[in-house]
Design a protein around this ligand. Structure first.
Ligand code: AMP
Length: 200
């Protein structure tokens, strides 16, 4: 969808996983948090977004960032310095049980970071990425225990962002309990509305 709307896709999870797989300095720092399903510290995460996203691109979808109020405040500050602002925040609204089902079946392409699900969004050829032909692997954070910890972190640290962005009039809800096609349709309609607004 980023390609369709001519935006860069900036996923902090993908950036961290790539750093881990390349054994870079950043990868070494973040590996233990990723494996445990814990959030990487706010300062480090915001610095990565500043350097790898805001310094390089003008128009982007931030995927998985911010995940805490301090991250959102740092993002506001970094955008203000650049005289930029957020157009909208998409909230994919989902029951916890469905989230658990989806998080425990995830596969990721080792090459391009594309996500799949064993049952709900399988690759056309088992174990092979549809997009780049890379090998799919089970995410290290997809075990039941780690998923439970990730959701506990979500409740404590990420959920407060819903009222935070609602108060600023930026929150747009997507009913994520639907299948991938319907979720894509709703998301596309929202993005179309936003880009149309920018052009007027
Ligand atoms: P994701 O692919 O977005 O589910 O992220 C995978 C993992 O990367 C998370 O469980 C965290 O360990 C780390 N991570 C990704 N984004 C953030 C963020 N905004 N703040 C802190 N940690 C993050």
């Amino acid at each position: 969808m980023a390609e369709e709307f001519d935006l860069e896709h900036a996923s902090t999870g993908n950036m961290f996983r790539q750093a881990v797989s390349e054994d870079s300095g950043l990868g070494e720092k973040v590996r233990s948090w990723l494996d445990a399903g814990k959030l990487v510290p706010d300062e480090l995460t915001a610095r990565v977004v500043g350097e790898l996203v805001l310094e390089r691109w003008q128009s982007f979808i931030l995927d998985g960032f911010p995940r805490t109020i301090p991250q959102a405040e740092m993002l506001d500050g970094m955008l203000r310095e650049r005289e930029q602002s957020l157009d909208a925040v998409l909230y994919f609204d989902l029951e916890e049980e469905t989230a658990i089902e989806r998080l425990t079946g995830r596969l990721v392409c080792k090459e391009c970071g594309e996500n799949y699900h064993r049952l709900f969004m399988p690759a056309r050829r088992c174990g092979v990425c549809d997009r780049c032909g890379g090998e799919l692997s089970v995410r290290t954070d997809s075990s039941k225990e780690v998923v439970r910890d990730r959701l506990a972190e979500y409740d404590e640290k990420t959920r407060p962002l819903v009222p935070y962005y609602e108060r600023r009039g930026l929150l747009r809800r997507v009913d994520a309990s639907q299948g991938p096609d319907a979720v894509s349709r709703e998301t596309r309609a929202l993005l179309t509305g936003l880009t149309a607004r920018q052009q007027t």
